[in-house]
Unconditional design. Structure first.
Length: 345
């Protein structure tokens, strides 16, 4: 059941990404050759108003074929005959729809379980926060240069900056107070901590569900960007990356661990993973890398600046090279996922 949920979850997120491309293409009057759910051979297809709608045998996402890699033809509705800004909106729509989906899920989950305000609920004796004079009820508003909106940002900031002193600004009785903390090693857990505990979750109304749903999406986008930064600076090793196999395993494990607590907990955990995956997919697709939406946007922006399109064959070579490298990375990541699952390392 967990594996089925993982496939359905990942497929829906990819489908929603492609739906963004599709809807903006239709909005701009662009010919869409095919809009498909799934990959591989078609098990059902129907043509309607010039577009073939298909369901394919492998439930792993989908695609929206608009002829963006082809030469412009005589049709005024050909993708490459539309204005550069229309094409930019179509390509950007996929990642934007991922952020929209993440936001919808975040609002739903916030309405269900509440939100974790960054208010100190506990302080551990012998750790930096208590020794610096922070108190229960203090609201953390900033750590370093980062504004804090939810408590998880406190934990993740410490995780990403555990070897650095951090200036922590709190709000107490309407006044701000700033202290500098040096994370302290917890020998039992094996990592450095500040010794700050959360005050728990606060029930949300309609307004706060929307507000903190936005903060939730922002949190996962920033976390993804921070992780990429650590990957580039080699603070995270490439073999720690996870791909589709790892995602399926994570969803399956999460489902098995949560099902004993009832349907409500399973739904909450699946929504949490959906927010993470959708925000992550949106960020990754906006990276300025060949074959990704971000790479296509780079060529379109260049076209907008110079007033003419980069020769299609040259752009095609770049994207083809990107696809080859991306496939090689996927194989490497898949190997690591399988190795971790079966051999624990």
């Amino acid at each position: 059941m967990g594996i089925i949920l993982a496939i359905l979850l990942f497929s829906f997120i990819v489908f929603f990404h492609e739906l963004g491309h599709f809807l903006l293409a239709k909005k701009n009057g662009i010919d869409v050759d095919e809009f498909a759910i799934g990959m591989g051979p078609a098990i059902y297809s129907k043509e309607y108003k010039g577009t073939r709608y298909a369901v394919r045998i492998l439930p792993i996402g989908g695609f929206c074929a608009m002829g963006e890699d082809e030469e412009a033809n005589d049709s005024p509705n050909n993708f490459n005959n539309k204005s550069v800004w229309a094409r930019i909106s179509v390509i950007a729509a996929g990642p934007v729809f991922n952020f929209i989906l993440a936001f919808i899920f975040a609002v739903i989950i916030t309405a269900m379980v509440g939100y974790d305000k960054p208010v100190i609920g506990a302080l551990e004796s012998g750790y930096p926060a208590a020794e610096a004079g922070l108190k229960k009820g203090d609201e953390i508003v900033q750590m370093g240069n980062k504004k804090i909106h939810i408590f998880r940002e406190v934990s993740f900031y410490n995780q990403f900056h555990s070897d650095e002193d951090v200036a922590v600004t709190v709000l107490r009785n309407g006044k701000e107070k700033t202290v500098t903390l040096t994370p302290k090693m917890d020998k039992e857990l094996g990592y450095k901590r500040l010794g700050i505990g959360s005050s728990g979750y606060t029930k949300a109304n309609a307004l706060t569900a929307v507000k903190y749903g936005g903060y939730e999406v922002k949190f996962w986008i920033c976390t993804t960007l921070d992780s990429l930064k650590m990957l580039v600076t080699r603070q995270i090793r490439v073999n720690e990356l996870s791909g589709p196999v790892g995602i399926v395993n994570t969803v399956d494990t999460t489902y098995k661990q949560s099902r004993s607590y009832g349907l409500f907990v399973v739904i909450v955990e699946m929504l949490n993973l959906a927010i993470l995956l959708s925000a992550n997919l949106g960020v990754m697709n906006l990276l300025p890398l060949p074959a990704l939406d971000g790479g296509r946007l780079v060529f379109l922006i260049i076209e907008a600046i110079r007033g003419k399109r980069v020769p299609p064959e040259k752009e095609g070579y770049v994207h083809f090279a990107g696809i080859v490298l991306l496939m090689a990375l996927m194989v490497f990541v898949m190997f690591n996922d399988v190795h971790r699952i079966f051999f624990g390392g």
